[in-house]
Design a binder for this molecule. Structure first.
Ligand SMILES: NC(=O)c1ccc[n+]([C@@H]2O[C@H](COP(=O)([O-])OP(=O)(O)OC[C@H]3O[C@@H](n4cnc5c(N)ncnc54)[C@H](OP(=O)(O)O)[C@@H]3O)[C@@H](O)[C@H]2O)c1
Length: 166
């Protein structure tokens, strides 16, 4: 997830084009995504693509969108699920054992953190201060401890921080 130095992942209006969408860190990110065959995301994250006319943002991954309001899926490949996301994610984990990509941070990430279902966190720390916006993990009370497992510094000023949870 891309964040500002003050821990916001999007502006208050849910846009996040303030974070550079090209450059070496994006190339690395896109390369990393090839290792995943399942992605989960909250409705607001999914809507970023929808607003741009993209209903299947990760066509090579099984895609699960959590929403109690979206209703039917705009794409035959994307599953919109109204049940508690922790139930779905636990079931997915019991599946073939492949890694699951949690797209973005925000409300869904907070729920999955609280349930102990996040194993690692990759933060793209952007050299900017937003002052306000959508926090990385809104309302999370669990305060999970993270162990730094890697860093990458890019010429753009973006720093990739990799953590394991626990
Ligand atoms: N900086 C980055 O790298 C990055 C990447 C991706 C996205 N983003 C941005 O991050 C922001 C995240 O916003 P957000 O935190 O409001 O949204 P979010 O986590 O993407 O979506 C929240 C929605 O997910 C649904 N949901 C279903 N069950 C849930 C549960 N147990 N816990 C939480 N959500 C549940 C709800 O949809 P219903 O209301 O329909 O029930 C809820 O309103 C968006 O603005 C997105 O644009 C940033």
């Amino acid at each position: 997830v891309a964040t500002s130095v003050d821990g916001f992942i999007a502006r208050t209006d849910h846009t996040f084009d303030c974070f550079p969408m090209e450059g070496a860190h994006v190339d690395d990110y896109l390369e990393t995504l090839k290792a995943y065959d399942t992605v989960v995301m909250g409705r607001r994250t999914y809507e970023v693509g929808l607003r741009a006319g993209v209903s299947d943002p990760y066509p090579w991954m099984d895609t699960w969108v959590f929403s109690r309001t979206l209703g039917s899926s705009p794409s035959p490949r994307v599953r919109v699920v109204a049940e508690d996301p922790t139930l779905t994610v636990r079931r997915l984990e019991e599946g073939d054992g492949g890694p699951i990509y949690l797209c973005g941070g925000g409300a869904l990430a907070s729920s999955l953190f609280a349930a102990g279902l996040v194993d690692s966190v990759w933060v793209k720390l952007n050299p900017m201060v937003l002052g306000d916006g959508v926090p990385f993990a809104p309302g999370l009370r669990a305060q999970p401890r993270l162990t730094l497992t890697g860093t990458e510094r890019y010429d753009s000023g973006v720093v990739l921080l990799r953590y394991d949870v626990g």
